[in-house]
Design a protein around this ligand. Structure first.
Ligand SMILES: [Zn+2]
Ligand SMILES: [Zn+2]
Length: 385
């Protein structure tokens, strides 16, 4: 019996299927939408509402009796609506985990996961290596000490004492997992958890190897030599294949990464492959020009400082920086010139400098006699003198 205000929800519309849809089509549509809107995969609050609707629609349309009520224009989930009988409100059934729903559809829990292997690949390891600028620039063969897990030579990774073997786990019968059954609106949902007795391996070690306690590997410290190519930079990593941690059960070792840390240099600062340094020259040398010997990383260069060089000037020595890591050639060395003003002048030097200033027409105040530069400046502004 249909009444005007009992608006039945459009369950077909929610799942996006036609009224003639087969059970299979309904199941497929639900599976697709559940994947899209399950709160585990879609944190949007709207998705949560939508997921509830999808569940309700599936609950109704997958049940022949409830679907019949819908087809007659009723709503089996509406309280008292549509004369639904004992179906009752069921939209908010037990909240089943996403994986459990997928398992229910795909039979994931019925043994496809199986026991996990005892032998697994090892993890990568990282080691910090401090080098000075000369080493990063020109390369070096650096001795390193590595502290990682290596294969247990007593049992060759098997983890069992000599002459003994693995035993099938009695708790899980070798499957590595135990199943639990949950009753939901989807019917029985079987979910599997790793076996706690064998940690999911499906086997146990009745007599573990005394050296590695069954792990198949032992921690040890060993020495290696790592070849650092010329031109490496601070923060770069050099990969040594399979020199990392050996895996559980003697699994393939991960890689070892050697991370370069360049110590700051007293003289040179590095920017990429260019180097920068500062050189101080006396005022007179800057004015008259001079010849300097500049020590680079690996040579000595004679450099002419032009007459009239200003403080803060830069000279560039091409290809005297760090060799490029890739390709040929080198960065440049930039020499920044500081000009030193003389500080302690004797009477003769001062007189000569004053005479020099006079010939240049440069006014120089005599601080000791005139009460200071600022006092003279003030007088000048006030129109005195
Ligand atoms: Zn061992
Ligand atoms: Zn077990």
């Amino acid at each position: 019996m249909r009444t005007r205000n009992a608006v039945a929800r459009d369950y077909y519309g929610i799942l996006g299927v036609s009224r003639e849809a087969s059970d299979d089509e309904i199941k497929r549509a639900y599976r697709k939408l559940a994947r899209q809107f399950h709160p585990d995969v879609n944190p949007d609050p709207e998705a949560q509402e939508k997921f509830k609707d999808i569940n309700a629609a599936y609950e109704v349309l997958s049940d022949d009796r409830k679907r019949q009520i819908v087809d007659l224009g009723g709503d089996p989930l509406a309280p008292g609506g549509g004369g639904a009988g004992p179906g009752g409100p069921g939209g908010a059934g037990p909240f089943v985990g996403f994986q459990d729903i997928m398992d229910a559809f795909f039979g994931g829990a019925t043994g496809s996961r199986g026991p996990r292997p005892r032998t697994r690949p090892g993890a990568d390891a990282i080691l910090r290596l401090e080098l000075d600028l000369h080493e990063t620039a020109f390369g070096v063969e650096a001795p390193i000490t590595v502290d990682t897990a290596v294969l247990c030579t007593t049992c060759s990774g098997a983890g069992t004492a000599a002459g003994t073997h693995l035993a099938t786990c009695e708790a899980c019968g070798g499957r590595g997992e135990v199943q639990s059954v949950q009753r939901t609106f989807l019917g029985q949902v079987v979910s599997a958890r790793p076996c706690t007795v064998c940690q999911g391996y499906g086997t146990t070690i009745p007599h573990p190897c005394a050296t590695c306690a069954g792990d198949g590997r032992v921690r040890t410290r060993r020495s290696l030599t790592v070849k650092i190519p010329a031109g490496v930079e601070d923060g770069m990593r050099i990969r040594l294949a399979q020199q990392g941690e050996v895996g559980p059960g003697g699994g393939t070792a991960g890689d070892l990464y050697v991370e370069i840390h360049e110590r700051p240099h007293d003289v040179y600062s590095r920017k990429g492959d260019d180097l920068h340094c500062r050189v101080t020259v006396p005022m007179t040398a800057a004015a008259l020009g001079t010849r300097l010997t500049i020590k680079t990383l690996d040579s000595e260069e004679i450099v002419d400082v032009k007459a009239g060089t200003q403080p803060g000037s830069t000279m560039r020595l091409r290809a005297r920086g760090v060799p490029h890591l890739r390709g040929t050639g080198r960065g440049d060395l930039y020499v920044h010139l500081d000009v030193r003003t003389p500080t302690k002048l004797d009477a003769d030097q001062e007189r000569m400098l004053r005479d020099f200033a006079k010939t240049r027409g440069e006014e120089v105040a005599e601080l000791s006699k005139q009460g200071g530069f600022f006092s003279r400046m003030r007088d000048a502004f006030n129109g005195h003198g």
